[in-house]
Structure formats: C-alpha cells, structure tokens
Design a protein around this ligand. Structure first.
Ligand code: PMT
Length: 403
C-alpha cells in the first residue's frame, strides 16, 4: 500500500504546457488512495480544464478567490484549503509562479493558498531551457528550498519550444515515486519495531463455551494502523475479533487464549523497540477445559479458575531498551489503580480509560483517555475517535523515542 493512502493532497497547477499531464498525476494519486483537491491558476485553465480535473479528483476545482459566477460574495477559503492539505504539490511550476512563491506574492488563489499552507510543499519546475538556466530562476529554486520546500528535479529532453535541454517537468509516475520515497524517508517511526496486543482472549470451558470479554479489538487495530502509517514495522497480536488486518504490511498474529497471546508476545518482544498492551486479557482461565460439551445435568456448576500469566508484567521484567505502554480499563479509583499498574508492570506510561466516561472503553468508535507517565506527568484528552486516540498515543511514543 502506498504511503499516500489516506493523505490529502492539494495540487496547484500553473500555466505551462505540462499542465496536461496533471490529469494523469491526479489519477495516480487517487489510485494510491489519496484524496486530491486541485487549484488552477487562471493561466493553467488554457491548458487543462477544471472539468477534467474535478472529474478525476472527484472534488471541486478552485481557480479564483470567489465561487464562479457568484453574485452573493461567497469566497473560496484559501486558509481552510491550506490547512486541509497533508501535502501541497505545485506542478507544473512555471518560472513566473516560482518567482512569486519565492517573494511572497499572492496575486492569485494558488499563491495565497501556498502562503497559508502549513504542510510540506513540493514543486516540479517546468519551463524552457534558457528560463531554467537563468540565474534568477536558480536563485528562486534556492530560496524555496531554503524555506523547506522540496524540489522535484526537472528532466532533460524535448521541450515545447522545439528546443532540447533541461526544464521538462518530471513524468507523473516519477513525481508520484519521488513524493512517496520522500515521505517514507521522513516518517517519524522509520526503522522502529512496535508490538501491539489487541482484542479479548477466550478461555475455553469446553469445546463450545469460553470466558471472554467485550473487547472488539478496535483500539489495538487503530494503534497498529497508526504505528504503521508513521513508518514502524508492526506486529499485531490479536485475540478473537472480526476486524481485518488494517494493512497487509502489518504482521497480524491471531490467537485465542491468554496463554497463546503470552507465547506469541514473548517470542517477539526482544527484537522490539516498543510494546503496547491494549488487549483485554482474561486474568483467569478454567483449570481444565472439558474435552466434550458440558451437559446441564446438575442445578449448579462450579468452575475452578486458575490465574493466567500477566503478559505485560512479564515484559516489564524483561525490558531493556524498550518503551513499554499499558492500558488500564477501570470502573473505580481509576487513577490510583492505573498508577499501581504503571509501577507494578514497569511501564513508561499507562493509558487510562474509564467505563464511567461516556464514549470510552469497549466496542465504541470513540475513546477518552488520560496518559499517566512514570515521572508523574499527566495528559488528559477529550472524547475522540479511536483512530485519533491511537494517533495521540503514537505521537507520545514518538516523543519518548526522540527524547
Ligand atoms: O477493543 P476495544 O473494544 O476497542 O476496547 C479497547 C479496550 C477498552 C479493551 C482498551 O482500550 C483497554 O483498556 N485495554 C486494556 C483492558 C484491560 O484489560 O486492562 P487491565 O487493567 O485489566 O490490564 C492492565 C494492562 O495489563 C493492560 O495493558 C493489559 O493488556 C495488560 N494485561 C492484563 C492482564 C494480563 N494477564 N496480561 C496483560 O498483559
């Protein structure tokens, strides 16, 4: 899966003949799983139509500060667009637009959005060879690079003027690959290995019954997805759940019981940089699982339960360089209990979620967490989707890894 999957790309198209290639570029971004919005400068409209790009991007195309033919004063919000984007690409970037980007000129909608964007900006120059060679153009390249913008090198070859030389916009496939490689290279958890436990465990009573709990696995699967998106190598060890692997790049090990989860976790832990235990592991299991279905012959039935191994506490005794993160699902004395687990299990931080909070805990699409650090720091978060919660947790881990 492409690193662009799920990312929001703002494509700024300026008035050069290579603008016709942006139709292919938009298709490639969409195929890679990205969301795309396009801005055309007025000059670009002579080379490629808004209809072509809106059809391919499945989004409205912007080209001016106000809605077309609008008499009610409705405006296109360049600030909102700039904030929407995960990355902005100006392609083709003409000498004219590049010089305006370098000097902060904002006399069209694309330039105003460029100035507002906080995301990484890439630009793919396209112009005739003498314009490309001109010292002022080179100075503009250097200025933009010094701003942190990333230049996608132009290539040499036949130009629209009939001349041959440097200044051709990189081909759409090469632009795609360039951006993918650049993002992959800069991912914060690149070269880090993260193990995540998720879901419930099922402790067999007999061949048809078990002791389990309400965990759906969502929290853990979102953590795996976010860790993977941040560039980590991820092993996800999950108890029974209907959820599918969020990404084929994640190694998913499916287990049933706490003992199986323990074995799979311990087998992989030494190699890890981080372990996150989000699974709701059964603390007890039936001493002996019956080999045949238990018949209801008696009024009462007694099950003898024995303790399961504590996976996270075991990791706490084995940890060397690893960052260890646990969860605490509490119903009373939340903070006190969570702090007890933080210490007993030798964790770097614990994520407290309480069943007393609306929108927190099992199954729901949302969670509400408080992070308690071993050094006493605390961070409280509001109710968020489990995806956003996972992102917050991965961000905390990222900060710890780079401390
Ligand atoms: O799966 P969802 O429906 O999305 O729900 C998410 C969740 C509520 C299950 C999750 O956010 C959560 O709170 N998981 C931990 C639940 C829990 O069992 O907490 P605990 O307080 O019992 O355990 C403390 C920590 O020790 C946990 O990190 C747990 O994974 C770990 N543990 C516990 C027992 C055991 N035998 N081995 C363990 O590793």
């Amino acid at each position: 899966m492409s690193v662009l999957s799920g990312r929001k790309i703002l494509l700024g198209v300026t008035g050069g003949i290579a603008a016709y290639k942006t139709a292919f570029l938009v298709r490639l971004f969409i195929k890679a799983g990205a969301q795309v919005k396009v801005i055309l400068t007025p000059a670009a409209k002579a080379f490629v139509t808004p209809l072509t790009l809106s059809t391919l991007s499945k989004n409205e195309v912007f080209s001016s500060f106000t809605k077309d033919d609008d008499e009610n004063g409705l405006w296109n919000n360049h600030v909102e667009l700039g904030l929407w984007a995960d990355l902005m690409l100006v392609a083709p970037a003409t000498a004219n637009t590049l010089s305006k980007m370098a000097t902060g000129n904002s006399d069209n909608f694309l330039l105003a959005t460029y100035l507002s964007a906080k995301c990484p900006v890439y630009f793919a120059p396209a112009m005739d060879l003498d314009m490309f060679k001109h010292p002022s153009t080179k100075e503009n390249f250097n200025t933009l690079i010094s701003f942190g913008n990333v230049m996608i090198p132009a290539t040499s070859g036949e130009l629209a003027s009939g001349l041959s030389g440097a200044g051709r916009m990189a081909e759409p496939e090469d632009i795609l690959r360039f951006i993918e490689d650049d993002i992959a290279e800069k991912l914060p958890l690149k070269n880090k290995k993260i193990l995540i436990t998720a879901g419930p465990t099922y402790e067999a009573i007999d061949p048809v019954r078990f002791i389990g709990n309400h965990s759906s696995g969502k929290m853990g699967f979102e953590l795996a997805a976010e860790a993977y998106a941040a560039g980590a190598e991820v092993i996800l060890i999950s108890g029974p759940t209907h959820l599918e692997n969020p990404n084929d790049g994640i190694k998913l090990i499916r287990v049933q019981s706490a003992q199986e989860m323990y074995d799979a976790t311990l087998e992989n832990f030494d190699d890890m940089d981080v372990a996150i235990a989000s699974a709701a592991v059964s603390d007890y299991r039936p001493k002996q699982a019956a080999s045949q279905k238990i018949k209801k012959n008696n009024e009462n039935l007694q099950l003898e339960l024995v303790r399961n191994p504590d996976i996270l506490a075991t990791l706490g005794t084995k940890k060397k360089h690893q960052i260890l993160v646990g969860f605490a699902l509490e119903t009373q004395n939340e903070e006190e209990n969570a702090l007890g687990k933080l210490e007993q299990k030798n964790l770097d931080f614990i994520v407290l979620n309480s069943l007393n909070d609306t929108g927190a805990g099992f199954r729901s699409e949302t969670n509400k967490i408080k992070i308690l650090y071993k050094d006493g720091r605390q961070k409280t978060f509001g109710v968020k989707s489990k995806k956003e919660v996972a992102r917050d947790i991965i961000e905390e881990i990222n900060l710890l890894l780079h401390e």
